[in-house]
Structure formats: structure tokens, C-alpha cells
Ligand binder design. Structure first.
Ligand code: DX5
Ligand code: ZN
Length: 239
């Protein structure tokens, strides 16, 4: 059953537009427009052409974006190794730093490093990466990201095979008792958002669905409308 996320303002659904699908010649304006349109976080996809078959941008762009928005900068590292670059992204103004377990030999140490730098650590699971890969590091994790495409590009098609993983992670996160965001990334549209939220996600990354739309506010509102209405009992519980 869908459970309201614990991480957002007033427990609401978190929408994190991904700048990968924005106009790269106007990243500052695009970030500001996403904020005005009602985004909660700004998702920044960092790709190295090695861990994934595409190259995007590095810490200089994160630093340049920092002053143009008050939104948390949700940095998704698709680079290997990640450890040597984490301090640079932290210094650039990242608020969340999410890594893939495959990007280094010591995930636990990487998460400790992110936390030691005062940032919220996340772990991203590729479509073939099992739920178990994070079972023993949940005490260090603030975000679990389920990739619903193979990482590397925006505009790909949502993989329904990942819905069972979202549901399994929902249980794991609930059992942990920690306020961990359960994020879904890749091929998110209002229709696939509905499926991901029903499976237990509470945080949506959306590239194409927002930045390829002529009206970012309407696009974000459509994603928000995909959330099932909470049952009255749940509203009472949450106050
Ligand atoms: C893919 C990235 C995603 C991507 C999502 O590797 O992690 O964040 O930008 O783009 P859409 O929403 O277009 O699939
Ligand atoms: Zn991403």
C-alpha cells in the first residue's frame, strides 16, 4: 500500500526534475523555472562516459547552479570511481549525494564519507542490482533510488520489472524505521508515476516529463496528481 513519504515538507510527494533533459545553454534559467513551477528538489545527473555510456557535467556546473535556486541539489553520481570526486561535489553545494554500489569496492565507506562531509547519502540501484545490496547499510542512507531505466540517458522507457523491487524496498525502508526517501528515476510520466507510487515510491525524478513539456508547472502538477489519495485514517495518523 502507498505510504506517504517521510522526507518532504508536510509529508507530501517529492518531485525532483532532472536537468539532464533541460536546455544546457540555459541551465540557470531552467533550474529557476523548475523551482517556480513547484519542484521540491533539483536532480543533477553526473555521468563520466565510463560507468555509463554518456558524459554530462561535473562539479563546476553544480557550483554554478547553487546560487540560482534554493532547492536542495540532489546529485546522482554515475561515475566510477566515485570516492575521489565526492569532496568536490560536496564543496560545490550538493545537498544529497547518491552513488551506485558498483562504483567502488566499499559502499559503506563511501556513505560514511558523504555523511562526514555533512551531506545526505543515497544509494542508486540499477535494474539488475538486487535489493540486498543495501540491506546492511540502511543506517547510513537517507535516499534509496530505484533506476527504472538503465542509467545514461533521459527519454528512455520505464521498466515495469522494477515495480516489485520498489515494493520490496518499501518494506525494507519501513522496517528500518528511518526517514529514508524512496526515489524512482527513469521514464517517469503521470502513468508510470502512478505505478511507482502505488508500489511504494515517494520521490519522483522526472527529466523529459518536465523539461520537454511546454508548461513545467502543469507537468509537475500532473505528476503530483498521480499520487493516490491518502486514506482518511492515514491523514489522521499523520496529523
Ligand atoms: C538517467 C538519469 C535520469 C534521467 C531521467 O540515467 O539518472 O535522472 O535524467 O530522465 P527521464 O525522466 O527522461 O527518463
Ligand atoms: Zn538520475
Amino acid at each position: 500500500m502507498y505510504k506517504l513519504g517521510m522526507t518532504g515538507p508536510k509529508n507530501r510527494l517529492i518531485i525532483a526534475p532532472s536537468l539532464l533533459a533541460a536546455d544546457f545553454l540555459s541551465l540557470g534559467a531552467e533550474a529557476a523555472a523548475a523551482e517556480r513551477a513547484g519542484a521540491d528538489w533539483l536532480h543533477l545527473d553526473i555521468m563520466d562516459g565510463h560507468f555509463v555510456p554518456n558524459i554530462s557535467f561535473g562539479p563546476q556546473i553544480v557550483q554554478a547552479l547553487r546560487p540560482v535556486t534554493r532547492l536542495p541539489l540532489d546529485v546522482h553520481l554515475m561515475i566510477a570511481p566515485a570516492d575521489p570526486h565526492i569532496a568536490a561535489f560536496a564543496a560545490a553545494g550538493a545537498d544529497h549525494i547518491t552513488v551506485h554500489p558498483e562504483s567502488g569496492p566499499h559502499l559503506h565507506r563511501t556513505l560514511q564519507l558523504i555523511r562526514a562531509l555533512g551531506k545526505k547519502p543515497g544509494v542508486a540501484l540499477n535494474p539488475a542490482t538486487p535489493v540486498d545490496s543495501i540491506a546492511h547499510v540502511l543506517d547510513l542512507v537517507d535516499i534509496v533510488l530505484v533506476m527504472t531505466v538503465n542509467p545514461g540517458f533521459s527519454g528512455q522507457t520505464f521498466l515495469p520489472s522494477q515495480l516489485a523491487k520498489i515494493a520490496a524496498l518499501r518494506r525494507l525502508v519501513d522496517d528500518s524505521g528511518r526517514p529514508i526517501a524512496l526515489q524512482v528515476d527513469g521514464g517517469i510520466t503521470p502513468a508510470t508515476a502512478r505505478q511507482a507510487l502505488a508500489a511504494g515510491a515517494d520521490t519522483l525524478v522526472a527529466g523529459t516529463a518536465v523539461f520537454a513539456s511546454p508548461d513545467y508547472a502543469a507537468a509537475i502538477a500532473s505528476l503530483r496528481a498521480a499520487a493516490p489519495s491518502p486514506r482518511p485514517a492515514l491523514i489522521e495518523t499523520l496529523g
